[in-house]
Design a protein around this ligand. Sequence first.
Ligand code: MN3
Length: 200
Amino acid sequence: MAIELPPLPYSEDALAPFISKKTLEFHYGKHHKSYVDTLNKLIAGTPYARASIEEIIRDAAGDESKMQIFNNAGQTWNHTFYWNSMTPGGGGKPTGDLAKAIERNFDGYEGFAEQFADAGKTQFGSGWAWLVAKGSQLEILKTPNAESPLTQKGVTPLLTMDVWEHAYYLDYQNKRPDYITAYLENLVNWDFANANLAKA
Ligand code: MN3
């Protein structure tokens, strides 16, 4: 049972002009696919070949000898979660239960947006910004490279933003803050985040 590359939840041109078709062709079709292909090569014939992607990530985390497996499994999971964190016509203020939770935890949407953007801007080099639920609280986290909140106990990821250069370079060159603004104002999938919160 190989790990599969899930289909994109929308067409490659659906997030334009905020994220171009060209970016998604490379980011999904080359980068994400390559993480999945490499992972399958690394786990072939090992006990991981029968494990779920989440099991692989949690088991391989922190094990120096499994770093390559962890990195490719983490990037496989993170990208699938990232595609679902965005939707055409998304962004702006949250809806549903998250609207209330964000109001409570961050002193309103503006406070959330500022802290989330700051996490994305200050993640030095490659990595991810996250909105997570921890108990009854919401938190914003950032992780380097392939790491994710999946390995932290009691933490449920709600939303993520890829801040590796390959996520924005074709569309925004070095202007990561402009990509972050576009993500928050035009792309965030609050329905997905609400569905994750309901499971937390
Ligand atoms: Mn990426």
